[in-house]
Design a protein around this ligand. Structure first.
Ligand code: GLN
Length: 238
């Protein structure tokens, strides 16, 4: 059976608002599409596994982001090489910020990131909280829940993930949400984001499978529960 190796970064520190659900969703959907998912966890001080097809990172508190800063900078070159090689990655909220250039917290702590995204984030007094709906080119409408103090600004030429239809997104001002560089996706959407947006989950699997095996054939899936979840998310986004 074809394997897909999924790496979850900092599962203890970076896992707010149920972001681990992204891992569970990818694992189950990969199985439904006929793959054998192999899960790896990366902890502070550890080593990246030899083979990685998809990398996941979740949200975290400012303090947790400060705690892992030194470590993520240590493995930054390896993550950048994987990204440049087309490895699929999904980084949510706190990890999204750390995949940017820096995050200056509301307490003025300057946390350096690994710079895969050309973004900078600045903490604000008022947190940006609530249901969010965005429009994307490749994946249609995406639904999620956001809760962040950081305002993220995209550098010139940095692609966004989508445009905000409801909610705040990157900064509450310019209607952009998230970022994309190579096959690395960043977003503020918790929920967690993948159970509510199976099209995004399947596209991550498809991109990873095509990179590894040169092809992807979708399995036959019963998505009736995901459809119901999306309906609920749709209602909450208005
Ligand atoms: N601590 C960061 C912020 O508040 C990220 C929050 C999160 O991951 N939910 O902006």
């Amino acid at each position: 059976m074809k394997q897909l190796h999924i790496l979850h970064l900092y599962p203890n520190e970076m896992n707010t608002y149920g972001d681990r659900g992204n891992l569970l969703t990818l694992k189950r959907r990969a199985e439904w599409h006929g793959f054998q998912p192999i899960i790896h966890y990366y902890h502070v001080g550890g080593e990246l596994p030899e083979r990685v097809d998809i990398v996941l990172g979740g949200g975290g508190q400012d303090s947790a982001q400060g705690d892992i800063q030194t470590d993520i900078l240590r493995i930054g070159d390896q993550l950048r090489t994987l990204a440049e090689d087309g490895t699929v990655m999904l980084m949510v909220c706190g990890c999204y910020q750390l995949f940017g250039k820096r995050f200056v917290t509301v307490d003025k702590q300057d946390i350096k990131g690994i710079g895969i995204f050309d973004i900078e984030t600045f903490g604000g007094e008022k947190r940006l909280i609530g249901n969010i709906k965005i429009k994307t080119d490749g994946f249609g409408a995406l639904f999620g829940f956001e809760n962040h103090s950081g305002r993220t600004y995209l550098g010139q030429g940095q692609l966004e993930l989508g445009s905000v239809e409801r909610g705040n997104g990157n900064n509450g001002e310019d209607k952009t949400e998230g970022a994309r560089t190579y096959n690395v996706f960043g977003t503020y959407m918790h929920g967690p984001v993948l159970p509510n947006n199976p099209v995004l989950a399947d596209n991550l699997i498809k991109l990873a499978a095509e990179k590894r095996y040169g092809e992807f054939t979708a399995g036959k899936l019963d998505d009736s529960l995901a459809v119901l979840a999306r309906r609920g998310a749709y209602r909450r986004s208005y």
